[in-house]
Ligand binder design. Structure first.
Ligand SMILES: C[S@@+](CC[C@H](N)C(=O)[O-])C[C@H]1O[C@@H](n2cnc3c(N)ncnc32)[C@H](O)[C@@H]1O
Length: 148
C-alpha cells in the first residue's frame, strides 16, 4: 500500500482502498455507483458481485429475489453485473415494506439476544425505484417491487 500523507490525494478508487486485495476495475466502478444506496459493507458487496458472476458463468436460469431492499444499492450492483455479462433474461423481485421494520410481535424471537427492528422510515419506494433505474437492466417491467 502506498503511504498517503495528510493533505495528499490517493488516486485509487474508494472500493480499492476499502478492499486492497481486490484488483477489479468493474467491481470498483459498480461499487462506487451502488454504495450510496446501500447499507452493505464492501465485503458483502464483493460477495454479491461474485455470486452474480457465478450465476452468469454457469448460465443458471431462474428469477432473482431480494428480501430487504432498502434504497436499492445491492440490486443495482446485481443488475449492473447482469448487464455487463449480457444476461438480461432474469425477472427480479424486490420485497420490502419500503417503510422500514414492522412492529415486533409475540411470534418474533431474538437472535443471539440482540433485538433489532424498530427503525421506521417515511415510505421510500419511489426513491428505491429511482435508484434501481440507474441500471440499464432491461426491460423496466422485468423488475417488480412487491410491498410486504
Ligand atoms: C438491512 S436493510 C436491507 C439492506 C439492503 N439489502 C441494502 O443493500 O442496503 C433491511 C430492509 O428490510 C426491510 N424490512 C424489515 N423488516 C421487514 C419485513 N418484516 N418485511 C419486509 N421488509 C422488511 C426494511 O424496510 C429494510 O429496507
Amino acid at each position: 500500500m502506498p503511504d498517503v500523507k495528510a493533505g495528499e490525494t490517493d488516486s485509487r478508487a474508494p472500493a480499492q482502498l476499502e478492499l486492497p486485495d481486490v484488483d477489479d476495475a468493474l467491481f470498483r466502478a459498480l461499487h462506487a455507483k451502488a454504495k450510496p444506496f446501500s447499507l452493505l459493507t464492501p465485503e458483502k458487496f464483493y460477495n454479491l458481485y461474485k455470486a452474480i458472476h457465478y450465476i452468469c458463468d454457469r448460465q443458471i436460469q431462474g428469477d432473482i429475489i431480494e428480501c430487504g431492499v432498502w434504497k436499492g444499492g445491492a440490486v443495482l450492483m446485481a443488475a449492473d453485473v447482469l448487464v455487463s455479462r449480457g444476461m438480461l433474461n432474469y425477472e427480479i423481485f424486490l420485497y420490502d415494506t419500503f417503510a422500514g421494520f414492522v412492529e415486533r410481535s409475540d411470534n418474533d424471537v431474538t437472535a443471539g439476544g440482540k433485538e433489532i427492528g424498530k427503525v421506521r422510515y417515511k415510505d421510500f419506494i419511489d426513491e428505491t425505484r429511482r435508484n434501481v433505474a440507474l441500471s440499464t437492466y432491461p426491460p423496466p417491467e422485468s423488475i417488480s417491487f412487491p410491498v410486504m
